[in-house]
Design a protein around this ligand. Structure first.
Ligand code: WA2
Length: 268
């Protein structure tokens, strides 16, 4: 009898873990797809129209009205690529000075990525050079070199919640798939991205599911297998002697590997 009960509990664990992993992966994927569409929106209305047919108000209204399409993102923003030689005229035209993510006037850099459009939910990012943040900067460089959507490792977002940042590059012209990295960088107009507020939005998602009370769910960035990084959940040491189920997640960035680990709150 004991063996069968244990077996059933383990089967239920696999089932509940799979349900959560699929749901998280699906909501992640639809959010990424919609940010992709926003990157195309900026390319179409900001860069293909002269003068641009987009401004902060229009972007903010559109981002707010379509936020239901991005259930795991706390907000989206667009940062323009500004090389140092263009900084003065950019600042004069905008009427404000580029600031670092620590809210200080930006020191001279080769280039900057100040946010010119943002969803109101993350309006605190307006005017900040997102290249001044280590994780954001790495993401920007990798996005524009590859032309693909990229994710940061988990870190404390400006909201102070644990999460990851998603970045899509926006180019001045359409680029063929075999474009070299140098040509991609030269054609870069800016970066459309958003914050996956994993800490609060995944919590919300999981709370709605049956069995939430008895289950402990953790998500890890296991890109570096010998150093798993907590992306969601409390830091419980892996491999405690209670049945657990591990599910590999695909968030669409081939450089990053993620796993969900589920176990029962109380030992069986
Ligand atoms: N957005 C929101 N909160 C953040 C953050 C961010 N980056 N970085 C740290 N906390 C405009 O890749 C371009 C958004 C960065 C995009």
């Amino acid at each position: 009898f004991r063996r069968t009960a244990l077996h059933k509990a383990e089967e239920a664990l696999v089932c509940m873990c799979e349900e959560r992993a699929r749901m998280l992966q699906d909501q992640f994927a639809v959010s990424v797809n919609h940010v992709h569409a926003l990157a195309i929106l900026v390319a179409t209305f900001h860069y293909d129209k002269h003068p641009p047919a987009l401004d902060q108000d229009t972007f903010a209204v559109y981002a707010a009205r379509t936020s239901f399409e991005r259930p795991l993102l706390s907000g989206v923003a667009y940062a323009q690529r500004v090389v140092h030689a263009d900084r003065e005229s950019f600042e004069r035209q905008q009427g404000w000075i580029i600031k670092t993510m620590k809210h200080e006037p930006s020191p001279a850099q080769d280039e900057y990525a100040p946010v010119i459009y943002s969803q109101e939910t993350i309006s605190y990012i307006e005017g900040l050079d997102v290249m001044s943040g280590e994780e954001d900067r790495e993401n920007i460089l990798r996005a524009r070199a590859t032309g693909k959507a990229v994710l940061t490792r988990p870190f404390r977002l400006m909201s102070n919640h644990l999460g990851v940042v998603l970045t899509f590059p926006v180019y001045l012209v359409d680029l063929p798939n075999d474009t070299t990295v140098e040509d991609r960088v030269a054609a870069t107009a800016g970066y459309l991205g958003g914050a996956f507020d994993v800490e609060s939005l995944v919590e919300n998602l999981l709370r709605q599911l049956a069995g939430n009370q008895e289950l402990v769910v953790n998500v890890y960035d296991v890109t570096n297998h010998s150093n798993p990084l907590v992306m969601y959940g409390s830091e419980v040491p892996l491999g405690i002697p209670s049945p657990s189920h591990t599910y590999t997640l695909d968030f669409g960035d081939p450089l990053r590997k993620h796993q969900m680990v589920c176990r029962y709150r109380n030992k069986l």
